[in-house]
Design a protein around this ligand. Structure first.
Ligand SMILES: [Zn+2]
Length: 140
């Protein structure tokens, strides 16, 4: 099912239940682990999508992952800072996260490169800047 970037960021704002900040400002994505079948997802959900169990727990997801794929968006709804890069990041927990890839040149990205969690201003809407989680290439 298609989901627009705008919809994603309405659902996952910086003050939402899918992201938490340490005292030093370090962001952490919050996922869900099923205590019955072991499935893990992002964002957290009250019911396991694999076995429908409600016996689930929030888990902290890793700070870095592997870039699975990406694309450059040149045309976007009003308010988005184009062009921008979106991609899928595979985290060690087995969770694939859709996110903006920031502070990067599309031509310098490589499949399976290490990317780290950050936050970024992605555009603006009637309420002001739209900020959310994103990933950025990290040196390893
Ligand atoms: Zn389950």
């Amino acid at each position: 099912m298609a989901q627009t970037a705008e919809k994603i960021h309405e659902e996952f704002p910086l003050d939402g239940n899918a992201l938490r900040f340490a005292a030093d400002g370090t962001p952490t994505l919050i996922g869900m682990a099923c205590d019955d079948c072991g499935a893990k997802t992002f964002p957290p959900a009250p019911v396991c999508p694999e076995c429908m169990s409600e016996n689930v727990s929030d888990i902290d997801l890793s700070q870095t992952g592997s870039l699975y794929t990406w694309s450059v968006v040149h045309v976007a709804p009003k308010g988005w800072n184009v062009p921008y890069i979106v991609g899928y990041v595979d985290l060690p927990e087995g969770v694939r996260v859709f996110a903006h890839i920031v502070d990067a040149e599309a031509g310098a990205l490589e499949m399976d490169m290490t990317v780290g969690l950050t936050t970024a201003t992605l555009g603006e809407n009637e309420n002001g800047p739209v900020e959310s989680y994103a990933f950025t290439p990290v040196k390893v």
